[in-house]
Design a protein. Sequence first.
Length: 230
Amino acid sequence: MTDVDAARNPLDAHRPDGDAPTTVVFDLGGVVVGWDPYMALADRLDRSAWAEFAEAIDFPGVNLAMDGGLSHAAARERVAASHPEHAATFARYCENFAGSLTGPVPGTAEIIDELAAARVPLLGLTNWSAETFVHARPAAPAIGRLDSVVVSGEEGVVKPDPAIFEILIARYALDPARTVFIDDSPANVRGAEAVGIAALRFTGADRLREDLRSLGLPLRRVARVGSGRP
């Protein structure tokens, strides 16, 4: 990171004199914004046909390649060459990617708002194609309240590769021991832990809130029905 980059570090405004506060890093898909790739093709396939299509073209593999920087044009050429019968369907997926985003994950935006109000530095680290990341914030406005987001498709490397966590650490001058990373993927959680970052697996906003509070972060406790406590 150059001196100019350091001067523009978006976390600097949050840092008081002395030790920096804990930084919280959010995965996006499945944590902040819902993603169901079938929905991009729901106007032409049922769930069964989607499953057959996804298996035929190895959709997870093609999607991960796009997350790693493969252009949509190159991905379409790859699918057209190997499975020409599915080329038009895959092209439609790429064109209608925004339809795959199902909106905010319940409860996460409130956690982001509370952390932001307490001036806790907030970042994103996501496996996402550089070409479609433009659709993220409209689908889940809380993404816009993060200080910055590292996007795998822009970096050419995907989680859980340690290299993308090292990019995050270096770019924002993070202390891994004072950084908390949240992801719904166990493999990505392990990837963060491998470089010394504390990591939490996301299974829902209520559990995340309690996990973050247990680490000393300033979040209110959610009242449990019938518990009688605040």
